[in-house]
Design a protein around this ligand. Structure first.
Ligand SMILES: *Cc1c(COP(=O)(O)O)cnc(C)c1O
Length: 355
């Protein structure tokens, strides 16, 4: 039976990206060696990093003066690298979920942290809109897509101070105005590559302004100076990321990814709103295109386990909601075909007919 992969992360990748990575693991570029057993400094591998960086810049229209880094440590490592590198006195954070909160917690070790607003009191079901960003903050940190709660900032905000964004789960799903940010980072395992590589887009002249000592591995300058090759980078995930970037470009780039994301999200939210058995959990205007969260309507609450079983038997994978939200979460990343969304909708409609 065909599986429809709605996993939140690690998550679906285009089939050809997986197949071509598998081929390179057996024989990289006809060298007779596996991608897993060559030096990251081999002459064949440098072009991989170079092209991945170039495609990042091209696809996201990154202005001059920025570097693209491929590091280890995950988005969670960036929660501390960001304040280590940019927080001199004060930073502002928008608290839109568990990931934002974790980022804030790390920053508190480096200076004053102002939580400009929070939706914690409503289980993060919306994104706060009325708040003031202190004009003397070193940066304003946002989480553009809240993977767990299914809320998303679908447009770049305006801020009196430079922004830093965790874009782990919506990078490459829409065009972004990179010039508004000094740093954009994320774990690649949601919408870009298999787990193991972290991407960082960093503005070169924003680095080096804090007065503290920064250990080499945690200093963005080290990785800018060494083109992500200061130590051994995650070779296989970077290669898969490159193939995925080529795929995105061949499909028509981020504008096309956005068009498809809107189309898929509109289809599924329309069904959630129409179907008497289900309700969406996120505020309508903040609904994520990437992670679509819904629960059983109160009067059908006891059907939750039945629907999970029903959907699983029809090939749906990974639709269980995060434990802090409950219900269901369908992650609709770039590689998820529209057919999978339709299959889930069919499932919801068939289940409705039974009740
Ligand atoms: C998954 C996720 C993280 C954590 O990423 P790791 O790479 O596991 O550290 C952080 N932020 C967001 C928005 C996420 O979705």
């Amino acid at each position: 039976m065909k599986k429809h992969n709605f996993n939140a992360g690690p998550s679906i990748l285009p089939r050809e990206v997986i197949e071509d990575t598998a081929k390179a693991i057996l024989d990289f570029n006809g060298s007779g060696l596996s991608l897993m057993e060559i030096s990251h400094r081999a002459k064949d591998f440098q072009p991989v990093v170079d092209e991945a960086e170039a495609l990042f810049k091209e696809l996201l229209n990154i202005p001059e003066g920025y570097s693209v880094l491929f590091l280890g440590g995950g988005a969670s490592m960036e929660f501390c690298m960001v304040p280590f590198n940019f927080l001199e006195k004060k930073a502002a954070y928008l608290n839109t979920g568990v990931w934002a909160k974790k980022a804030m917690k790390e920053a508190k070790g480096f200076g004053e942290v102002v939580e400009v607003a929070s939706s914690a009191e409503a289980t993060y079901t919306y994104i706060p809109k009325d708040y003031t960003i202190p004009a003397d903050a070193d940066y304003f940190h946002i989480t553009t897509n809240n993977t767990i709660y299914g809320t998303e900032l679908k447009e770049d905000l305006n801020s009196p101070v430079p922004m830093v964004a965790d874009m782990s789960s919506d990078i490459f799903s829409r065009p972004i105005d990179v010039s508004k940010y000094i740093c954009i980072y994320g774990g690649a395992q949601k919408n870009l590559a298999p787990a193991g590589v972290t991407f960082v887009i960093v503005k070169n002249d924003a680095v080096g302004k804090v007065s503290r000592y920064i250990p080499s591995m945690l200093n963005y300058q080290t990785h800018i100076d060494n083109g992500s090759m200061f130590n051994t980078p995650p070779v296989v995930p970077i290669y898969a990321a490159l193939l995925n970037l080529r795929w995105i470009k061949a499909q028509g780039g981020v504008k096309e990814m956005e068009r498809r994301a809107i189309e898929k999200a509109d289809m599924l939210y329309a069904e959630i709103d129409r179907n008497k058995l289900f309700v969406g959990t996120a505020a309508k205007e903040d609904r994520s295109r990437m992670n679509i969260c819904f629960v059983m309507a109160p009067e059908y609450k006891d059907l939750e386990a039945d629907f999970m079983k029903f959907a699983t038997e029809k090939g749906m994978v990974g639709i269980k909601g995060h434990r802090s939200v409950g219900g269901f979460r369908a992650s609709c990343y770039n590689a998820l075909p529209k057919e999978s969304v339709q299959a889930l909708i069919d499932c919801m409609q068939e289940f409705e007919k039974l009740h």
